[in-house]
Design a protein around this ligand. Structure first.
Ligand code: SME
Length: 155
């Protein structure tokens, strides 16, 4: 079976076009989340968590896919909070093997977290859940990073 790959370049163009039409921040985040999930497996659900003013909490500002109860995640908590604390992207092949994993459903098998950074500042993150075990390779990591870097310039 051939899976549709995420066309990061084309999604970045779409984000730039939306920015020029003056769409607001939440819409930019929504367009990014939808564009990623539209690519299909391994991208099951996409959550856009942004740091609040205090820099202590990640707040869910937009998502596409399954709903989550985790709308606010303190830095340091869960995999999302770990990525910010370590200032590092995370590619987790098996979420069940992670003691600190915050589950929002039983279908998710792997997770990719890519930080949205402007120079040294972390603005937030793109959190991708996958129903596919070990769903993400460096190809997906680079594609999602392209989207994160575009957002860092536009938000
Ligand atoms: N799994 C994340 C929480 C976010 S939900 O997956 C949308 C974590 O462990 O931080």
């Amino acid at each position: 079976m051939t899976e549709a790959a995420l066309k990061a370049d084309s999604l970045v163009k779409q984000l730039h076009a939306a920015f020029c039409r003056d769409v607001d921040r939440q819409d930019l985040l929504r367009i990014a989340a939808k564009g990623i999930t539209d690519a299909g497996p391994p991208y099951t659900s996409v959550y856009m968590y942004m740091l609040d003013r205090s820099g202590k909490n990640l707040v869910l500002e937009a998502f596409e896919g399954r709903e989550t109860e985790h709308t606010v995640i303190p830095v340091g908590r869960g995999l999302c909070g770990r990525a910010v604390r370590l200032a590092q992207n995370l590619n987790i092949p098996d979420v069940a093997a992670e003691a600190s994993y915050l589950a929002c459903n039983l279908e998710t098998k792997s997770e990719l977290i890519v930080l949205i950074r402007r120079h040294d500042e972390i603005l937030g993150q793109i959190d991708v859940d996958s129903d596919v075990p070990n769903g993400f390779t460096t190809v997906e990591e680079s594609a999602v990073k392209e989207i994160a870097d575009a957002l860092a310039a536009l938000l």
